[in-house]
Design a protein around this ligand. Structure first.
Ligand SMILES: *Cc1c(COP(=O)(O)O)cnc(C)c1O
Length: 384
């Protein structure tokens, strides 16, 4: 029997194959829209829009191996991956039951766009187990959740939701962008489809926009058919960069897990932070669940600064290492204010109900030395 390879080895090599002599060690960039086609062949052609050039194929195989899925497909953005995978699973007349704690763009896609295709979407609080069952309709076809959530980093236990999906015959679709396959693999916990904004940790260098879908051969085949006609293809150069980025996924995220924990522990001791949201801290509401189901607590961290929006602004201006920018999952520490980004569409009241105080800051911890990040925070706090 073939020995099962570890996560890091799979991240670098996928399923290693014997190489001929004088072959390139790295999959070269195939910056070609089209490929020669044997005369008389009825096989699918290779065409960059189909997501089937050698760069696309290499990263799709590796991601499927990392998530433990049969197949995967990369597309032009995380939003593209979410749109196509739902179009693959849902039909006009269907109902989608979604967590209400999801990425803002996805919320708008579901609430404002799906109606035109005759797809009805309703939202529930994902932490109340009974609301899932209560939210089901006769025509419910799928459940969508994001875990860990943004920006409170709540960690959902998928197993009860997956078992409801099984009894009711629903597809469970999970946005696992914050987790990465190193920290959590939803398919091992009953999910049917896993989605990533590969813009974030999978690529990991804040220089590419991409999305990915992982699942069974048949689901991925459906998504692929949609990709052909909806035109969300990933550029070959972006695929090549993701290929490079994914090789270091385990070391990057492993280090980000450690650094974020150290930074969170330090933040928890500072009186100017009235709350610190990190699942690795015993004070976090989901610490027990997170300890049980995650392999690492991740690189995302939320803090609440005493003094609200004004203090937050002064703190942000004083930072010298952490960069004020949206997005996450790169090598550089980024900080954003959910009040003005992901949750800008909400009234102050609705934001407070969602647990986002006005002094809330979200950090995506990078690969800098933890001492330097902490020193940067300390000098910024000292200026308040
Ligand atoms: C960024 C993000 C998305 C959207 O991804 P894009 O690559 O920007 O299209 C979706 N879900 C989550 C959780 C994200 O963080």
């Amino acid at each position: 029997m073939k020995r099962r390879l570890g996560f890091s080895t799979r991240a670098v090599h996928g399923d290693p194959e014997a190489r001929p002599d004088w072959a390139p060690v790295v999959v070269p960039l195939y910056q070609s829209a089209t490929f020669t086609n044997p005369v008389g062949s009825s096989q699918e052609v290779i065409y960059a829009r189909y997501g089937n050039n050698p760069n696309h194929v290499a990263i799709a195989k590796r991601l499927a191996l990392l998530e433990g899925g049969e197949a995967a497909l990369f597309v032009g953005s995380g939003m593209g991956a979410i749109a196509l995978s739902h179009l693959a699973v849902l039909r006009p007349g269907d109902h989608l039951l979604s967590s209400e704690w999801i990425y803002g763009g996805v919320q708008r896609l579901f609430a404002q766009e799906f109606g035109r295709f005759g797809i009805d979407v309703s939202f529930v609080n994902p932490l109340e187990q009974r609301t899932w069952k209560r939210g089901l309709k006769k025509n419910t076809r799928a459940i969508f959740v994001e875990t860990p959530t943004n920006p409170l980093i709540r960690v959902l236990d998928l197993e009860p939701i997956a078992s409801l999906c099984k009894t009711e015959g629903l597809a469970l679709v999970v946005d696992s962008t914050f987790a990465t396959p190193l920290n959590y693999r939803p398919l091992e916990h009953g999910a049917d489809v896993v989605i990533h904004s590969a813009t974030k940790y999978l690529n990991g260098h804040s220089d590419v926009l991409a999305g990915a879908v992982v699942g069974s051969e048949s689901v991925i085949e459906e998504v692929r058919k949609l990709l052909h006609v909806w035109g969300q293809a990933l550029d070959p150069m972006a695929a090549w960069l993701i290929d490079r980025g994914m090789k270091t996924l385990a070391v990057r995220v492993g280090r980000q897990n450690q650094t974020a924990l150290a930074v969170a522990q330090w933040c928890a001791e500072q009186p100017q932070f009235t709350a610190v949201h990190y699942p690795g801290l015993p004070s976090h509401a989901d610490h027990d669940v997170a300890t049980r189901i995650l392999n690492g607590f991740g690189g995302m961290l939320g803090v609440e600064l005493k003094g609200g929006a004004r203090a937050a602004e002064r703190f942000l201006r004083a930072l010298t290492i952490a960069t004020h920018a949206p997005s996450l999952g790169g090598v550089e520490t980024l900080v954003s204010e959910p009040r003005l980004t992901s949750h800008a569409g909400l009234t102050p009241d609705a934001r407070a109900r969602a647990g986002i105080a006005d002094g809330f800051l979200r950090f995506s911890i990078g690969l800098e030395d933890s001492d330097d990040i902490i020193a940067d925070f300390a000098q910024a706090l000292a200026q308040l």
